[in-house]
Design a protein around this ligand. Structure first.
Ligand SMILES: Cc1cc2nc3c(=O)[nH]c(=O)nc-3n(C[C@H](O)[C@H](O)[C@H](O)COP(=O)(O)OP(=O)(O)OC[C@H]3O[C@@H](n4cnc5c(N)ncnc54)[C@H](O)[C@@H]3O)c2cc1C
Length: 548
């Protein structure tokens, strides 16, 4: 095939991903120097389309970036008014009092927001400062310079033939070059994964850990709605099968975000995270709240859980990892948006100084130092042992010891040092023969729904004639290895029903319904054979999370 010719555009900084990290970086760069050329590329059809809305936002990141955000109309309208923690049993619940909780767990001063809307508002602020934002532009490749540095990305490839070749309708996209490239792709970014491997950025760190988070938006009976109420639960239905828990946030307009996170280090390959979420809604406390209401949206996304000890080195020549591309979630708080914003600000400040000094294509070491020694490092360090304690010793021990450790860390010391995570989530999966299958009740269509019905509420769309973006390193592995050994867990861990084992006259066949993919990245993380590589489909495809 003839060499592909692409136009190239030159920028000071090229930013991949219009989430809170990427948009904060763009805003800060233009605040520091209005003449810098900054571009943000986003694979969603619009800014916010791939942001799994519905969060409790700690405004410290926004305070640092845009101190007058209130006057500028940021959509932070619902302050948290009450914070509830429950331990669930199958038929009842036990309220955990707030007083023994370390202060960092307090949500007072935080806001229940639609992060999609916060990002849409941030994009408006960025554009007003002169940032160029291109939604519907997936960055599919990195471009390397002569000295092995990252010098740009390829974005905007459309219309590939189903086998991946170029056809008459293929648009080859363009190269966008920058003195620095910021990867703010969020959890398990496809280009970030390449950079981490190429420059060995995970060396000497613990493996990154993940959870799968699923979320529904419900409109409920106004009589049951309590604007500003935040509830977290643990325990049932997961019990000892996996770590995780739920969240229920009451925002405005009688809407509630109902979500469920399952830690992906579960051992039993029969576990079905999506069905755990559906079952959870039948708990009497949750069912009472939702009865008479309707589910208006659904989505799923992996969440980084490795924390402080799993953050890779953040910089390599010409490139920096921002936000959840590097994993900056504070796990017990289930919060990462504030750190994503702070990391964007820090990366922008380091790049601004470097560009002013005539540099480019080198390592932004000041950014790394600021993240590790500044507010982000302090936030993550205090909670670094909660996840490894939960994985090693279970929920009850982690509540007691994790609570103690968060308290002592607040005072500046830990009795446990820094605990490791050990295995990756893929390695944690054990053979199916060692575990009992789990019998999940059928969804009732009122409180609980089957996957495909729910996927319709993520408004996901993929151009069908393009190549499948979920690449198998070896197409034989699902049926030859994963099926006999693990009962092919892709059938269950995918929250969108992308993967199926179909039997034609008893011959099993692995089917990938890539059109359903909600870009959560769980397959790339949890496949026990590490055989699935999530690559980006063409821009504009994927979920279209609604503006609410
Ligand atoms: C279920 C769940 C609940 C959560 N709840 C909370 C909460 O209550 N509070 C909180 O603070 N945090 C919460 N988080 C964590 C929070 O969502 C993340 O910390 C945050 O989104 C990280 O921001 P980011 O900018 O790094 O990445 P993201 O927000 O994921 O943004 C990345 C953007 O980059 C785009 N992108 C990715 N790859 C490419 C590419 N190759 N080309 C072009 N565009 C690309 C994506 O489409 C996306 O728009 C939650 C996470 C989950 C999964």
């Amino acid at each position: 095939m003839a060499e592909i010719e692409r136009e190239a555009m030159e920028y000071d900084v090229v930013i991949v991903g219009a989430g809170p990290a990427g948009l904060s970086a763009a805003i800060r760069l233009k605040q520091l120097d209005a003449d810098l050329n900054v571009v943000v590329l986003e694979k969603g059809s619009e800014v916010g389309a791939h942001i799994l809305s519905g969060a409790v936002l700690d405004p410290c990141g926004l305070d640092a970036l845009i101190p007058d955000w209130k006057e500028k109309g940021a959509p932070l309208n619902v302050p948290v008014r009450e914070d509830n923690f429950y331990m669930l049993g199958e038929a009842g619940q036990l309220r955990i009092p707030n007083w023994p909780m370390p202060p960092l767990m307090n949500n007072h001063g935080n806001y229940i927001v639609s992060m999609g809307n916060v990002c849409r508002w941030m994009a408006e602020q960025a554009e007003a400062l002169g940032v160029e934002i291109f939604p519907g532009m997936a960055c599919s490749e990195l471009v390397y310079g002569d000295n092995g540095e990252v010098k740009g990305v390829v974005a905007g490839v459309f219309g590939l033939e189903p086998d991946g070749s170029y056809g008459p309708n293929t648009e080859p996209g363009m190269e966008l070059h920058g003195k620095y490239v910021f990867l703010s792709e969020g959890v398990r970014g496809s280009l970030s994964k390449e950079v981490i491997a190429k420059y060995d950025l995970q060396a000497g760190k613990e493996p990154q850990k993940y959870g799968i988070g699923m979320k529904e938006i419900w409109e409920i009976d106004p009589a049951k709605h309590k604007e500003g109420s935040v509830t977290h639960t643990m325990g049932w239905p997961l019990g000892g099968n996996a770590g995780g828990g739920s969240f229920i946030y009451h925002l405005e307009n009688n809407q509630v975000y109902v979500g469920f996170v399952v830690h992906l280090n579960y051992k039993n390959p029969h576990l079905f995270p999506y069905m755990e979420f559906q079952r959870f809604k039948h708990h009497p406390m949750v069912a009472d709240l939702l009865k008479g209401g309707k589910r208006v949206a659904y989505g799923a996304r992996a969440i980084t859980e490795g924390g402080y000890q799993s953050m890779p080195k953040l910089v390599a020549p010409g490139v920096a990892l921002l936000g959840c591309s590097a994993g900056m979630v504070n796990v017990p708080r289930i919060k990462g948006n504030h750190n994503a914003m702070l990391s964007g600000k820090a990366a922008a400040e380091a790049a601004f100084e470097a560009i002013k000094a005539g540099r480019g294509g080198d390592e932004l070491t000041d950014y790394e130092t600021e993240v590790r020694n500044g507010a982000i490092g302090a936030d993550l360090k205090k909670v670094r042992n909660v996840k490894p304690m939960w994985s090693k010793w279970g929920l009850t021990a982690s509540l007691a010891l994790g609570g103690l450790d968060m308290w002592t860390n607040t005072l500046g010391f830990s009795l446990f040092g820094t605990l490791g995570h050990g295995k990756t989530d893929a390695e944690a999966t054990e053979e199916a023969s060692k575990h009992q299958p789990i019998d999940y009740p059928k969804p009732d269509g009122t409180l609980s729904f089957d996957r495909l019905t729910n996927v319709a509420f993520s408004f996901t769309n993929h151009e069908e004639s393009q190549p499948c973006h979920l690449k198998l390193a070896d197409p034989e592995i699902p049926v030859k290895v994963n099926l006999p050994k693990y009962d092919e867990p892709a059938q269950r861990y995918c929250p969108a029903g992308v993967y199926e084992i179909v039997r034609d006259e008893d011959q099993p066949r692995f089917v990938i319904n890539f059109q359903n993919c909600v870009h959560c990245k769980t397959c790339d993380i949890k496949d026990p054979s590490q055989n699935i590589n999530w690559t980006t489909p063409q821009g504009g495809d994927g979920p279209n999370y609604p503006n609410m």
